[in-house]
Design a protein around this ligand. Structure first.
Ligand code: NAD
Length: 338
C-alpha cells in the first residue's frame, strides 16, 4: 500500500509539497488542512485534494464560502502515515502535541527551531539520520542550498572553512507586506547569521561563518560563497563535481542568464509548475579557485528548493527507501534536473 501523506498548512510550501506528493508512485495524498477558505482552498478542491479544517472555530467560514470540507485536521492526522506541517513559523511547534496524540510522525519546515525536533534533515547531507524519527525538520531554503553544495565539497576535497554571504530576497512575491522596498539591510547585523549554525544541524563538524543581507527583491536568494578546501582542485574539476550532483544546475555561460529574473524566465520557458526551480543554480563562470580557496555564486529559489527534500524526508522517516533510491525516485517523478 502506498504511503498515506497529510499536509497541514496549504500555503507557499504546503501546496507545492502536496502537488509533489501526488506525483510520487509510492505515495497518496490523503488530504490538506487549511485555516481559511481563500483561493488556495478552492484550488485544493479543484485538484481533488480532500480539504480539512485546521481550526474548528473557522469551519463556518468554509460553509459560508460554499467550500465542502472532508473533516477536521485531527481526523486527517489520524488517517495519515506521516504529516507534513507547512504552517507559518512557530505554528508547527504548537501543532506538535496534535501529531503526538495520534502517534503520527511529523515533518516540520525550516521556520521552526531545531530543538523542536529529533533531527534536522537534508537528503544529500544526512538522509539516514531521520529513519524512525517522530519529529523531523526539513531545513530552510538557504540551509538546503548550502548543504547540497557543501556535502560534495567536504566528501571530495575536505572543507577547512566556509564563508558565505547570503543576499536574501525581502519576501516572496505574494508577501506584499515585506521589505525593504528601497534599502539594503545587513540582516542580522550581528555575526554569524543563523544560517551557519543551521548548517551545523546537518554537518555538526563543519567550520562555517555566514553573513546575511536583505534586499528589495522577491524572486530568489543569492549566495556569495568562499570555501577553503583541504586539497587544491582545479576549477574544472569542481565544475564537474557540482554538475554531477542530483539537485544542481550549472548555469552555462552561453545561456546569457545574468540573475534571478532570467532564471525564472528560463523556468517558465521550460514549463516548470509555478516557475519553480528546485535545483541550486550555480553560475559555472563564477567557479574560481585561488590557491586553497574556492569561490562561486549560486541562486536559490526559496519557494521550491525544499519541496523535493520534503518528499525524501517522508521516505527517510518511514525507512521505505535509502537516500539514493529516494532522491532518484523523487527527481524522476517531479522532473528535477534541467
Ligand atoms: P505561508 O504563509 O505561505 O503558508 C502557511 C499556510 O499555513 C497558510 O496558508 C496559512 O493560512 C496556514 N496556516 C496558518 N495557521 C495554520 C494552522 N494553525 N493550521 C494549518 N494551517 C495554518 O508560509 P510558507 O512560506 O509556506 O512557510 C511555511 C514554513 O516553511 C515556515 O516554517 C517557513 O519558514 C518555511 N519555509 C518557507 C520558505 C519560503 O520562502 N516561503 C522557504 C523554506 C521554508
Amino acid at each position: 500500500m502506498s504511503i498515506q501523506v497529510a499536509v497541514n498548512g496549504y500555503g507557499t510550501i504546503g501546496k507545492r509539497v502536496a502537488d509533489a506528493v501526488t506525483e510520487q508512485p509510492d505515495m497518496e495524498l490523503v488530504g490538506v488542512a487549511k485555516t481559511s477558505p481563500n483561493h488556495e482552498a478552492e484550488l485544493a478542491v479543484e485538484n481533488g485534494y480532500p480539504l480539512y479544517a485546521a481550526v474548528e472555530e473557522r469551519i463556518e467560514l468554509f460553509e459560508e464560502a460554499g467550500i465542502d470540507l472532508a473533516g477536521q485536521v485531527d481526523e486527517l492526522v489520524e488517517t495519515a502515515d506521516v504529516v507534513v506541517d507547512a504552517c507559518p513559523s512557530g505554528i508547527g511547534a504548537e501543532n506538535k502535541d496534535l501529531y503526538e496524540a495520534h502517534d503520527t510522525p511529523a515533518l516540520y519546515q525550516g521556520g521552526e527551531d531545531a530543538d523542536l525536533v529529533d533531527v534536522s534533515f537534508n537528503a544529500r547531507g544526512n538522509y539516514e539520520a531521520a529513519t524512525g524519527a517522530d519529529h523531523v525538520r526539513v531545513v530552510s531554503c538557504n540551509t538546503t542550498g548550502l548543504s547540497r553544495l557543501l556535502a560534495p565539497l567536504e566528501e571530495e576535497y575536505g572543507v577547512e572553512k566556509a564563508r558565505v554571504t547570503l543576499v536574501r530576497r525581502g519576501g516572496d512575491p505574494a508577501q506584499s507586506g515585506r521589505g525593504p522596498i528601497n534599502d539594503i539591510l545587513p540582516n542580522p547585523v550581528t555575526l554569524p547569521s543563523h544560517h551557519g549554525p543551521d548548517v551545523n544541524t546537518i554537518f555538526p563538524e563543519l567550520d562555517i561563518d555566514t553573513l546575511g543581507l536583505k534586499v528589495p527583491a522577491t524572486l530568489m536568494h543569492t549566495h556569495s560563497v568562499n570555501v577553503t578546501l583541504a586539497e587544491q582542485p582545479d576549477a574544472d574539476a569542481v565544475v564537474d563535481l557540482l554538475d554531477e550532483q542530483d539537485r544542481t544546475f550549472l548555469v552555462p555561460p552561453e545561456y546569457g542568464i545574468d540573475g534571478a529574473g532570467k532564471l525564472k524566465e528560463f523556468a517558465m520557458d521550460r514549463d516548470r509548475p509555478r516557475a519553480d526551480i528546485w535545483e541550486n543554480c550555480i553560475w559555472e563562470e563564477s567557479v574560481t579557485v585561488e590557491g586553497d580557496d574556492l569561490y562561486l555564486f549560486q541562486a536559490i529559489h526559496q519557494e521550491s528548493d525544499v519541496v523535493p527534500e520534503n518528499v525524501d524526508a517522508i521516505r527517510a522517516v518511514l525507512g521505505t527507501a535509502d537516500a539514493a533510491e529516494s532522491i532518484a525516485r523523487t527527481n524522476e517523478a517531479m522532473g528535477v534536473g534541467f
